[in-house]
Design a protein. Structure first.
Length: 185
C-alpha cells in the first residue's frame, strides 16, 4: 500500500505543480500582455476533480482522514477497534457509491455527447474518464483497507484494528515528523 500511496501522491503533486505553473503564466500574460490563455479555469476544475480522489486515497492509507480523536482515544480498545472497523467499511461504501456515481455520469455524458460550456468546448467524456479513473484508484484503496479491517475483525484481532486502522496518536505523529526531519537533515 505504501507504493500505491506514493504513486497517488506523486501524480497528484505533479498535476498541481503543472496547474500552478499554468495559472501563474495566465496571470503574468494577463497583466503584462493583456492576453489570456482562455480555459485555465476549465483546466483547473478538471485537475481538482481528478486529483481529489487521489488525495482521498492517500489520506485513507495514511490514516489521516478526520475523526474526533478526543473521544476515540478515551474509549476502551475494544470500542476503538469496533469504531475503526465501522469507519473502514463506511469509507469503502462511500468510495463504491462515488465510483458508481462517476460511472453513471460518464455513461450519460457519452449518451448525450455533452461538451463543456467553455471556449474550448471540451468533450466531457475525456475529463470525466480521467475522473472515473481517479475514483477507481480511491475505491480500490478504500476497499482493500476495508477488507484488511474485516479480516482483523474476523480473526478477533482487536489490537490490529485499534492500532492499524485508527487515527494516528500524537506520539505517532511526532515520531513521523521527527523521522521526516532527520531524513531532510
Amino acid at each position: 500500500m505504501q507504493t500505491y500511496k506514493r504513486a497517488c501522491a506523486i501524480v497528484f503533486g505533479l498535476m498541481m505543480t503543472v496547474l500552478c505553473a499554468v495559472v501563474a503564466a495566465e496571470t503574468v500574460m494577463r497583466k503584462l500582455f493583456n492576453h489570456s490563455l482562455a480555459g485555465v479555469d476549465e483546466l483547473s476544475g478538471y485537475a481538482i476533480a481528478i486529483g481529489a480522489p487521489l488525495a482521498f486515497a492517500v489520506a485513507a492509507i495514511e490514516r489521516s482522514h478526520i475523526r474526533i480523536n478526543l473521544l476515540h482515544m478515551r474509549l476502551p480498545r475494544r470500542m476503538q477497534a469496533g469504531l475503526n472497523l465501522v469507519s473502514a467499511l463506511a469509507l469503502a461504501a462511500l468510495a463504491v457509491f462515488l465510483l458508481a456515481f462517476a460511472f453513471r455520469t460518464l455513461t450519460e455524458t457519452r449518451m448525450f455527447g455533452s461538451v463543456a460550456q467553455t471556449p474550448w468546448m471540451t468533450p466531457l467524456i475525456w475529463p470525466q474518464s480521467a475522473w472515473l479513473a481517479g475514483m477507481a484508484v480511491f475505491t480500490l484503496a478504500a476497499v482493500l483497507l476495508a477488507l484488511a479491517a474485516l479480516r482483523c475483525a474476523l480473526r478477533r484481532d482487536t489490537g490490529a484494528l485499534a492500532d492499524g486502522f485508527g487515527p494516528e496518536t500524537a506520539e505517532e505523529e511526532l515520531s513521523a515528523e521527527l523521522s521526516d526531519l532527520e531524513a531532510r537533515a
